[in-house]
Design a protein around this ligand. Structure first.
Ligand SMILES: [Zn+2]
Length: 137
């Protein structure tokens, strides 16, 4: 083997493309990744995201059925609503529902829970729509 050939072959096995096997199916993975693209949902980081989404959807379903007492004021849904109104200003609950792609009934429960907890003030405009604003603004 000439030194030139050795240099060439070395270029095809750099450390960062070390081969590992998927922890689920055993297929080879690139760059030492613990899972192949088909099994990426087993990655702890992805698992964490999936758990968060699942928790959010479960809470929203409960709020839909049982009303505002099911709202988790410290949960990510309430915080998302609070943050949106804080950054972008007061708006009708209907608009809030559109902004977050949620049902108006569900958003009304969240708005009332956030109002009860002292974060929001809910008023009614001349056309009878409920408007949420951050308390103190
Ligand atoms: Zn796999």
């Amino acid at each position: 083997m000439t030194p030139k050939t050795l240099g060439h072959s070395r270029r095809f096995t750099p450390a960062r493309t070390q081969i590992k096997q998927c922890g689920v199916c055993g297929k080879s993975t690139r760059e030492g990744k613990p899972y192949c693209p088909d099994d990426i949902e087993y990655h702890p980081y992805v698992q964490g995201i999936l758990r968060t989404i699942e928790k959010r959807e479960k809470e929203i379903k409960n709020v839909e059925k049982e009303g505002q007492r099911e709202v988790d004021i410290n949960g990510s849904v309430a915080q998302e609503i609070l943050s949106l109104v804080n950054v972008n200003g007061g708006r009708t609950i209907a608009r809030l529902a559109r902004d977050l792609n949620r049902a108006i009934d569900v958003m009304t429960h969240y708005a009332k829970a956030l109002s009860y907890a002292g974060f929001f003030v809910i008023t009614e405009n001349a056309r009878g729509y409920l408007i949420v604003t951050i308390k103190g603004n």
